[in-house]
Design a protein around this ligand. Structure first.
Ligand code: MLT
Ligand code: ZN
Length: 463
């Protein structure tokens, strides 16, 4: 036995599973950003809340930094361990603990995948409505840490709306039981909501009680081709007025090209600059006729050039894949990602300014736009030209992000809609939060994590 910190940890917690092989360190030390070189101290895989608390208490005593780790599908570097941190992976804590039929809640461990949560809810005839493409690999703990949004926010809101209760382990190893599944609880500060979206900087989710909902009405999926950008919000207004929307997503011809190259099936002939995938309640013939009428009106107005309605579940899935397959189709190019939001009313003006900015600043660069336009969230994925080195490319993207942040500030928007600040956007936090607010955020961090061991360097720069 040596005196190294890891030997000491093993001595204190002989039952704790620890991984130290180079391949394992690399695997657990990075997320989907793939920009930083992983360099964790080791990987700890607690199997219970008690083991998790013990690890955190030990790190607190030893002043060892922790990177909490779920499915590592994050896109902002929030789960990157590049500075000898101990990665605390929650993947062994991945069970459903309890279903409560009266409260309509599901209590789960943090390492369970979103997909497994969906399945568990479905077994009881209910749904957990937050949904997005990484469902098969992302974990609920990570979803909570970033207040994940996704493709159904216009109907169901973000992860925050679906958290009835949380157990979290603070930076000192204390276990807090937040809100306990109550619907009404006016008894002081609601730390549950402080923890949602805190990116592992205040506490580690040890257990979550999720609200469930009744399944939505039968729906239809439609793909629309649009002639220009202005039409996006015109069609959205029309459809929102006429139909009960479940989702309204857009992407450009660039995004479509990449998905088609990666096995997507073309659903509309011809080339159009913008596309929308929308899903809406279609419970009976009258609702289906209303959808057709809305489509025809959009066609007459010149806001839509072509469209297709899915005739089967398989076709609906194929249409959805054109939107949901974008991230995966670009992954090998390791895009620089912006993930911004403005109020829905500010979208048209913001889009116009953004388009001008991106066209001016990225003359030789392929920029792929898509996103959850129905809730004001736009994804901008910038692809590095082969001729440009990685460092020069990142420098260029950071310069443009500064300009983008200033535009967002003018429109009262956010530099991170749903991916989190992590490492990627910490230099731009001031565009969305005032100096006074950031100071208070740091103060809160100090209370929950006095030694600054929880995910240091994420969100604020240096904690
Ligand atoms: C998505 O909505 O597909 C992702 O959040 C966006 C991205 O990969 O940039
Ligand atoms: Zn998204």
């Amino acid at each position: 036995m040596t005196d190294s910190p890891l030997a000491e940890l093993s001595r204190c917690q002989p039952g704790l599973r620890l991984l130290t092989e180079p391949g394992e360190l690399e695997h657990y030390g990075r997320d989907w950003t793939r920009r930083w070189t992983p360099d964790p101290l080791a990987i700890a895989l607690p199997a219970s809340v008690e083991e998790l608390q013990e690890v955190v208490r030990w790190c607190h005593r030893q002043r060892i930094s922790i990177v909490p780790s779920g499915g590592r599908t994050g896109l902002s570097g929030g789960a990157v361990a590049a500075n000898r941190e101990l990665v605390v992976s929650l993947e062994r804590m991945n069970r459903v603990l309890h279903f409560n039929a009266v409260d309509r809640t599901l209590t789960v461990q943090p390492g369970i995948t979103l997909h497994a949560v969906h399945e568990a809810a479905r077994e009881h005839g209910l749904i957990y409505p937050v949904d997005f493409a990484a469902r098969g690999s992302c974990s609920i703990g990570g979803n909570i840490a970033t207040n994940a949004g996704g493709i159904r926010v216009i109907r169901y809101g973000n992860t925050r709306e679906w958290i009835a209760g949380l157990k979290v382990v603070t930076g000192q190893g204390d276990l807090l039981e937040l809100n306990r599944g109550l619907i009404k609880n006016s008894s002081g500060y609601d730390f549950r909501h402080l923890l949602v979206g805190s990116e592992g900087t205040l506490g580690i989710v040890a257990e979550a009680t999720l609200k469930l909902a009744a399944p939505p009405l039968p729906s239809q999926v439609m793909l629309l081709a649009l002639p220009d950008m202005d039409a996006l919000m015109q069609v959205f207004s029309l459809f929102r007025e006429r139909l009960q929307l479940q989702a309204f997503e857009f992407f450009t011809d660039h995004a479509l090209k990449h998905v088609l190259q990666h096995g997507g099936q073309r659903a509309i002939d011809g080339d159009y600059p913008y596309y929308v995938v929308t899903e809406f309640d279609a419970v009976d013939e009258a609702a289906q006729d209303a959808a057709l009428a809305a489509f025809e009106q959009a066609l007459e107005q010149g806001w839509v050039s072509d469209g297709v309605i899915a005739q089967s579940d398989a076709q609906a899935a194929a249409l959805w894949h054109l939107r949901e397959g974008i991230t995966e189709s670009l992954a090998s190019r390791r895009p620089y990602k912006n993930d911004v939001s403005v109020r829905i009313s500010a979208v048209p003006e913001f889009l116009r300014e953004m388009q001008a900015l991106l066209t001016r600043e990225y003359p030789q660069v392929e920029v792929v736009w898509f996103g959850h336009i129905g809730d004001g969230n736009l994804h901008i994925n910038v692809l590095r030209p082969e001729a440009l080195g990685e460092d020069a490319f990142i420098a260029q993207c950071e310069h443009v992000t500064k300009l983008l942040a200033a535009t967002l500030q003018r429109h009262g928007g956010s530099i991170s809609a749903e991916h989190g600040i992590g490492l990627v956007k910490r230099a731009y936090l001031e565009s969305t939060r005032s100096a006074a607010e950031i100071l208070m955020m740091r103060g809160v961090k100090q209370v929950f994590d006095p030694h600054g061991i929880l995910n240091p360097g994420k969100m604020f720069g240096s904690n």
